[in-house]
Design a protein around this ligand. Structure first.
Ligand SMILES: Nc1ncnc2c1ncn2[C@@H]1O[C@H](COP(=O)(O)OP(=O)(O)OP(=O)(O)O)[C@@H](O)[C@H]1O
Ligand SMILES: Cc1ncc(CO)c(N)n1
Length: 696
């Protein structure tokens, strides 16, 4: 790499795969800014597993990644720590206090607990350390927010990424946004992702894949065990190596035979993989003997990994015993587990055979198993009697989370447990935080069951399902096309068929006029138009919007959005659930959800929406039965929302200022119907309203 900026300005580099840090980098603000301007990146911290970079860029590239906040991620041992800060300049770069860097992102007690090797620090403060990195995390931020420095805007994204990659040849480079949306962001921006990959491969010619090692039994029927684990990891785009503990003769009827491997041969497999490959996460399944667990625990301590996921397999779905409860009752493994995932029978066995029949019992079980030393516990309720939902209880030692999803009526649930644990492991390997990993896994199992509910493999009562359904789902469009810029919510024009009719305009004319007046995003909300007509107009509107670089969304009608390749959809609380809309549309489309309450806003975020529409703020003729929430209600939802917000409902030139004056950072604009479209000149009215709005 052409490294024309002297290394002295940087605080660390890699040598033979180890990260080395310079001693006593002087605090030179101006030089540093020049360096940052040229590189767009600085290492702000590291520990023995992870290096954290800050990366800046021009606003239009950075904003989709969350302009106002950034997150530093760190790890101490296998515990992930993170810190999100909106007062970026000072807290993260220590412009005022060089020592304040990421050090403050790690709780001091964690640093101590983790032992002497782990440390994080500011990239600028004097550091004397040598460690190695197996992951480089690149956090995006917008330097224009706090650096009044011309060079901050002038470097290509790839330089930063190439830089990171070259510095840490053996490391994986990850692009992240806020902790909350990390996984989505990685796929949000096609351009950035491509750049990232180009950078990663160009630089050193090497690239890493997140890696899960499964230590489990083979299911000859292919639905559970090691076979399910490999497929689940593949579906999550993660590499999976496998150490086989036992071979079962198994089909959809039951388990006909079990042949367990010798403990020392399992140890040999473990050492083969772990001594050669960079495993991020170990997932365990069937461990047929206490001796095997002892061997595994020893080897995990020898080769520490990012996280350990323990699925305490004891009984197959068919009811056949795969390993006795005694194997885990030694409880050597649980203290090493970042998460343990017992089903009801397994939880009961771990707790000496108590009966678990209700969600309350599941909470009790989760707490009791947590006391054995696992950091997190997920008690799975797939077999909860009399429940129409599939309810799992997640306990992190402090809080319970009830993860609730619809129970899919199907015989094909063989291997759900193995799949769930492996998918959690895969997400953790990619760097997704624990709770989100569990949620993603649950959502994956649900979708896989839904897709496979009528599949017929084998003649027994419990069939396998199809893990790779996404490859076959033609509706899914996984190529990201549009990276959502929340600033486009500034003046959001929503068309209305009644008003168009009243003023004798076609939808296309209305859209064209509002764009001319300065609308920054358009939504077609056409409740009274025939589908064929709607699609035809939507295609024309798309062409106009594309040529003006204005995103076009379709209200409610996902089919129409797909048919005209719109940029996304806007959905209400009673329309298609956002989570399913995301499944159908893929990560590249924009999804907005109407929300009135903080709870709805949280759900929209969890479901993968990009923004929320909040209102009705003021009374309106468009939706007479819609109760208004007022400016106070809007403010409350904005403060609770993790997504950008656009206000809607009775907004026009007379009150738009009162809305924007709320001054909540994530309130990005106003959505307007009548004030634009129930007017003689749409262009004039749009222009007028726009004059009250400025990009914030
Ligand atoms: N019919 C279903 N519909 C939706 N989700 C389900 C269904 N059955 C199980 N799940 C979910 O699948 C995950 C695995 O739970 P389950 O209790 O089936 O595990 P398990 O008994 O260990 O599975 P297996 O032994 O078949 O591998 C949980 O998140 C559970 O809620
Ligand atoms: C090998 C194996 N592991 C796990 C399970 C649990 O479903 C199974 N049925 N078979």
């Amino acid at each position: 790499m052409n490294d024309s900026i002297p290394l002295a300005y940087s605080s660390c580099w890699s040598q033979n795969g180890r990260l080395r840090c310079s001693k006593g980098v002087p605090w030179m603000k101006d030089t540093y800014l020049r360096w940052l301007g040229g590189r767009g990146m600085d290492c702000i911290g590291w520990n023995d597993q992870e290096v954290v970079f800050m990366w800046g860029g021009p606003p239009e590239l950075v904003e989709p990644f969350g302009a106002m906040e950034m997150t530093g991620l760190g790890r101490v041992g296998s515990k992930e720590v993170s810190r999100t800060d909106s007062k970026v300049g000072q807290a993260w770069f220590g412009l005022d206090k060089p020592e304040s860097g990421l050090k403050s992102g790690l709780e001091p007690d964690l640093i101590e607990k983790s032992g002497s090797k782990s440390r994080l620090n500011s990239g600028l403060s004097p550091i004397h350390s040598e460690t190695h990195a197996d992951r480089v995390t690149v956090a995006a931020f917008n330097p224009s927010l706090f650096f009044n420095h011309p060079h901050s805007f002038s470097f290509p994204v790839t330089i930063g990424l190439t830089y990171a990659k070259n510095r840490f040849e053996r490391s994986e480079v990850l692009l992240v946004r806020q902790k909350r949306n990390r996984d989505r962001v990685r796929s949000l921006s096609g351009m950035l992702e491509e750049s990232a990959y180009a950078a990663v491969t160009q630089g050193s010619g090497l690239r890493r894949l997140a890696h899960v090692l499964t230590v489990a039994g083979s299911d000859s029927g292919g639905g559970a065990g090691i076979q399910a684990d490999i497929k689940a990891c593949a579906a999550a785009c993660v590499y999976c190596s496998s150490v086989i503990t036992s071979v079962t003769a198994q089909n959809t009827i039951g388990v006909q035979g079990v042949y367990s491997l010798a403990e020392n041969f399992v140890a040999e497999q473990l050492r083969s993989v772990l001594s050669d490959m960079q495993v991020d996460v170990i997932k365990t399944g069937m461990l047929p003997s206490p001796g095997m667990i002892t061997v595994l625990c020893q080897i995990i301590k020898e080769f520490p990994v990012r996280a350990v996921v323990v699925d305490p397999v004891m009984v197959s779905t068919s009811g056949d015993v795969l390993s006795g409860p005694s194997t885990l009752s030694g409880k050597e493994l649980l203290p090493l587990a970042d998460v343990v995932t017992p089903n009801l029978k397994e939880a009961s066995a771990l707790l000496g055979g108590i009966s678990l029949d209700t969600v309350g019992d599941m909470r009790f079980a989760a707490k009791s198993i947590h006391a054995f030393g696992a950091r997190n516990v997920l008690v799975k309720g797939g077999d909860l009697p009399g429940s129409s939902d599939a309810i799992d209880i997640f306990f992190d030692g402090e809080q319970f989370h009830e993860l609730c999803g619809p129970r899919i009526m199907t015989r094909n649930t063989h291997g759900t447990g193995c799949t769930l644990a492996s998918y959690i492991a895969a997400e953790l390997a990619k760097g997704t935080p624990m709770l989100q990993s569990v949620q993603a896994a649950k959502s994956f199992v649900k979708s896989a069951l839904l897709y496979s509910k009528d599949l017929m493999i084998g003649n027994g009562p419990q069939g396998p399902f199809d893990h790779l359904f996404m490859l076959k789902n033609q509706l899914n469009n996984y190529a990201p096309k549009w990276s959502f810029n929340a600033n486009s919510l500034l003046l959001y024009a929503v068309t209305d068929s009644r008003m168009n009719k009243k003023w004798a305009r076609s939808i296309t004319e209305a859209v064209k006029a509002s764009i001319e007046g300065g609308a920054t995003i358009i939504q077609l909300r056409e409740k009274e138009v025939e589908t064929s007509e709607f699609v035809k107009e939507a295609v024309d509107c798309m062409a106009i919007c594309r040529s003006h670089h204005v995103p076009l969304l379709i209200n409610d009608r996902i089919d129409v959005a797909l048919a005209c390749d719109a940029d996304g959809v806007h959905i209400g609380q009673s329309d298609m659930p956002a989570e399913l809309a995301r499944k159908i549309l893929g990560p590249g489309k924009i999804i907005g959800v109407s929300c009135k309450t903080p709870a709805q806003a949280m759900k929209a975020w969890a479901d993968g929406a990009d923004y929320i529409g909040c209102g009705g703020v003021f009374p309106t003729n468009t939706k007479q039965s819609n109760p208004t929430i007022g400016l106070k209600g809007l403010e409350t939802v904005c403060l609770a929302s993790k997504l950008p917000v656009v206000a809607i409902g009775g907004i026009g030139a007379g009150n738009v200022q009162s809305v924007m004056e709320l001054g909540v950072p994530n309130l990005k604009g106003v959505a307007v119907v009548s004030a634009l479209f129930d007017q003689e000149s749409v262009t004039t009215e749009t222009r007028r309203l726009k004059s009250f709005l400025t990009v914030r």
